[in-house]
Design a protein around this ligand. Structure first.
Ligand code: SF4
Length: 675
């Protein structure tokens, strides 16, 4: 019997925890935690521990499928690629290259190879219309921090004070949960700001129950107290920031009493938090992955939180926000000559400091399809018909496309609308690059993602798929790699670590850079060389240069939609719409449930466990209700990623967007509940 133990990573969510895959006679029989991994330290969450159930699920796509008369039939890869390339050529000739778009998600998440190949393919075709989650999640904080610091600073996992702001590590951040648990034993302090009393609130020094969508008013009041009580780090502010006087004047009006009326947090608790936060060095605010982004004040939320870190001097010190150099990976996308869709409406999303993103704004997609601008969509490892705002609009728009090609592990809701569905490899069936430096945890670590087993069934890696498709389109010069290993080696090249070195000499990975805590002259790459507390560069958008709170709720809707709705609540058993093929994970969480406070439920005549209708001006869903008195009253939480009648994105509106970057409103919608 041949038995191997292979060091690699888990890609079932964005943390890329280290794993050891045991392979016996070509079959993976066990996945366990890799003890030497700096982030996961030998531990795996419930998803990672059950990864083999997903990889070996009998629901995996086994052959390419073609939809004819509403039915799918199995075909060969050759037939699929011949037909796709023929149709694509006709569409390009008739409507132009820009009518061809792609949505790149990932199988799991954090799949650099996948998005590089999709970019390269679209570039070779001549279309700029690449879409991904970038325009609804996470990039907002990156841009905000880059604007203010000239670089992207990230939270350290070992802090003396953690502020979990709309962030629930028990459901969405397993490595951080472990770091916090360890550090609480050593005396770290903890604050939780959330509409729901999450598990860490039980252990917190301070728990503030906030009304969804009002975070910016809290942040402004905290800045007010820290400045006017002279609690800020004067030396740091003087040496390393500019715009402090404007900021001071601006926040004068945003007192704790003002914020109490908006947030429902007592003014005395706001003052208590400001004093606690400003008294601890090595403090870090961990904002939710998207909770503070996907709302009306999203961009200013990220700016205000960055100001808090800066005025307390919690920048580039151990435990605060630090600069951790990202790995320099090879990128092969071609520079598009035209802008992607959404770039004109949201220029700040598109371009910052002369650097342009290659992503379009995904919320504009349904309307652009309806207008006839897009005719083809490649969906590579994603399920936008469930996970993007307004599933109804996405579904009906996708039905109008001339060609939809989906590449995935399973027959997703999006795949069901495709003309061709192609079977993908899981992360242990192909080669790749794993790294961790920026996803809430600053550890510059790089590892080769190993191909542990041969592709199952007739699945192909995305490298093979795009290489073979490009040959039929006479685009093979853009895909010059003879083997997948060669392609991954070229991605690694700029890091200075070769494929062979990482495979043979460092299978457990390497620290590719050293984190330095000092503040040197070139640390802040802004035009002033300092942290810009007052952002003159965004004045042109007409919303000022300092954060200003806007009420997210529409007064006119309150009569018909009296409740606040937050959709997209994370569940630890699943990543977005994925992983429901695991019977173990489904046993833990067999069905979607919306949470409301029992008092709210009773006020609307709803019983615990009853199936209800939740309605917004955009749509309605049917879902079971669970009473949870840990949740603030008058709020409904709808979980993320379920398809069918409980899909939370049937309630969202792709045209209700944040003003700077076009992020959709998911967190402070208005809704009603009915029996
Ligand atoms: S947190 Fe869980 S799912 Fe995410 S990478 Fe780690 S083990 Fe995998």
């Amino acid at each position: 019997m041949e038995k191997k133990e292979i060091f690699t990573d888990c890609t079932l969510c964005y943390h890329s925890c280290g794993t050891v895959v045991t392979v016996e006679n070509g079959r993976a029989v066990k996945i366990s935690g890799m003890k030497s991994h700096p982030l996961s330290k030998g531990k795996l969450c419930v998803k990672g521990a059950n990864a083999l159930e997903i990889i070996y699920s009998d629901k995996r796509l086994k052959k390419p499928l073609k939809r004819e008369n509403g039915e799918f039939k199995e075909i060969s890869w050759d037939q699929a690629l011949d037909e796709i390339s023929e149709k694509l050529t006709k569409i390009k000739d008739r409507y132009g290259a820009e009518s061809i778009a792609a949505f790149s998600g990932s199988i799991g998440v954090e799949n650099y190879e996948m998005s590089s190949l999709v970019h390269l393919f679209l570039g070779a075709i001549g279309s700029p219309n690449f879409f991904s989650v970038e325009s609804i999640c996470y990039r907002m904080r990156i841009l905000a921090r880059q604007l203010m610091f000239g670089r992207y600073f990230v939270e350290e996992p070992d802090s003396n004070l953690y502020i979990l702001w709309g962030h629930n590590p028990h459901e969405s951040d397993f490595p951080l949960k472990n770091f916090i648990e360890e550090n609480l034993k050593k005396g770290s302090k903890l604050v939780v700001i959330d509409p729901k009393k999450i598990p860490f609130a039980e252990k917190a020094d301070l728990y503030l129950k906030i009304r969804p969508g009002t975070d910016l008013s809290l942040a402004l009041a905290l800045i007010n107290v820290i400045i006017y009580e002279n609690l800020y780090d004067k030396e740091f502010v003087e040496k390393y920031t500019c715009g402090f006087e404007e900021l001071k004047e601006h926040v004068r009006q945003f007192t704790p009493d003002w914020a109490e009326k908006i947030t429902s947090i007592k003014a005395k608790d706001i003052i208590k938090l400001a004093r606690l936060y400003a008294s601890v060095k090595g403090a870090s605010i961990h904002q939710g992955i998207c909770t503070l982004d996907q709302t009306k004040n999203g961009f200013f939320n990220s700016i205000a939180i960055s100001i808090l870190q800066a005025i307390t001097g919690n920048i580039n010190i151990s435990g605060g926000w630090v600069y951790s150099p990202p790995p320099r990976l090879g990128y092969f996308g071609l520079k598009p000559t035209k802008k992607p869709l959404g770039a004109d409406e949201y220029p700040l999303f598109y371009e910052l400091f002369g650097k342009k993103t290659s992503c379009g704004v995904v919320s504009v997609v349904p309307d652009e399809i309806e207008k006839g601008k897009l005719k083809t969509f490649f969906v590579i490892g994603g399920n936008p018909l469930v996970t993007m705002p307004n599933s109804g609009a996405f579904k009906s728009a996708f039905e109008k496309l001339d060609l939809v090609v989906v590449y995935d592990l399973f027959l997703t809701e999006t795949a069901k609308k495709a003309h061709y569905v192609l079977p993908a490899c899981s992360h242990i069936e192909k080669w790749g690059v794993a790294y961790t430096y920026n996803v809430c945890h600053s550890i510059p670590f790089l590892m080769l993602r190993k191909k542990c087993i041969e592709p199952l069934y007739d699945s192909w890696s995305e490298w093979k798929f795009f290489t073979e498709l490009s040959k039929r389109l006479n685009l093979e010069k853009y895909f010059p790699w003879k083997k997948e290993e060669e392609f991954v080696d070229s991605i690694l090249k700029p890091t200075g670590f070769s494929f062979d070195y990482l495979l043979n000499e460092k299978p457990e990975g390497v620290f590719y850079a050293e984190k330095k805590y000092e503040i040197h002259d070139r640390l802040f790459k802004t035009s002033s060389g300092k942290i810009d507390l007052c952002l003159k560069s965004i004045e042109g958008f007409g919303f000022g240069s300092l954060p200003r709170f806007e009420e997210p709720l529409n007064e006119d809707l309150k009569k018909d939609y009296p409740l606040i709705l937050t959709v997209g609540n994370r569940i630890k058993y699943f990543t977005h719409s994925q992983h429901r093929q695991s019977s173990t994970l489904l046993r833990f969480c067999p069905e979607p449930v919306a949470e409301i406070n029992s008092k709210t439920g009773k006020r609307f005549g709803i019983e615990d466990g009853e199936k209800v209708k939740i309605k917004t001006p955009s749509g309605s869903i049917a879902i079971k209700v669970k009473f949870n008195d840990n949740l603030i009253e008058d709020v409904i939480l709808v979980p993320h990623g379920w398809s069918g009648e409980a899909n939370g994105n049937l309630l969202t509106d792709h045209n209700l967007r944040e003003k700077f970057l076009g992020y959709p409103e998911f967190k402070s919608l208005q809704a009603r509940i009915e029996k």
